[in-house]
Design a protein around this ligand. Structure first.
Ligand code: ZN
Length: 132
C-alpha cells in the first residue's frame, strides 16, 4: 500500500464514520420530536426527562466526534496528516490505520504517558481546533 493509498483508505473510513454519526444524530433529533408530541400522555415525566438528558449528552459526544473527524479529513486534504505534533516525525502508517485521529507518534505518546509532569496529557493526542 502506498502512502497515498493509505491516506485515501483512512479518509474513506473517516467519511463513512462521520456519515454514520450524522445519521445517528438525525435519528435522535427525529425521535425526540416524536417524544415531545407524546409527552402529554406520559405518566412518568421524570423518567422521560432523564432519557432526554442522556440522549442530549450522547448527542454532544457525537457532535464532538464529528468535529474531530472533520478536522482530520481537512488535515488529510491539506497534506498535513500523519506528522507528530510533538517531534515532527512521520507517524507510522500502521498506527494511523489503527487510530487515524492520533496526533502523536508512538514514542511521544508513550513518553507522555510515562511522564505526565511535562504539562502534556494523554488528552493532547487528539485533534484540537488548532491542529495542523
Ligand atoms: Zn513524536
Amino acid at each position: 500500500m502506498t502512502h497515498r493509498e493509505m491516506l485515501q483508505h483512512v479518509r474513506g473510513e473517516l467519511v463513512r464514520k462521520m456519515e454514520g454519526l450524522q445519521d445517528a444524530l438525525k435519528q435522535t433529533a427525529t425521535r425526540m420530536k416524536d417524544e415531545s408530541f407524546r409527552m402529554a400522555d406520559f405518566v412518568d415525566q421524570a423518567a422521560a426527562e432523564h432519557d432526554r438528558s442522556v440522549e442530549l449528552s450522547m448527542r454532544g459526544r457525537e457532535r464532538e466526534q464529528i468535529r474531530e473527524i472533520h478536522e482530520t479529513i481537512l488535515c488529510i486534504d491539506q497534506g498535513r496528516f500523519g506528522v507528530c505534533r510533538r517531534c515532527g516525525k512521520v507517524i507510522p502508517p500502521a498506527r494511523l490505520l489503527l487510530a487515524p485521529m492520533s496526533r502523536l507518534c508512538t514514542t511521544c505518546k508513550q513518553q507522555l504517558e510515562l511522564d505526565s509532569r511535562t504539562g502534556y496529557s494523554a488528552a493532547d493526542d487528539r485533534v484540537d481546533r488548532y491542529a495542523c
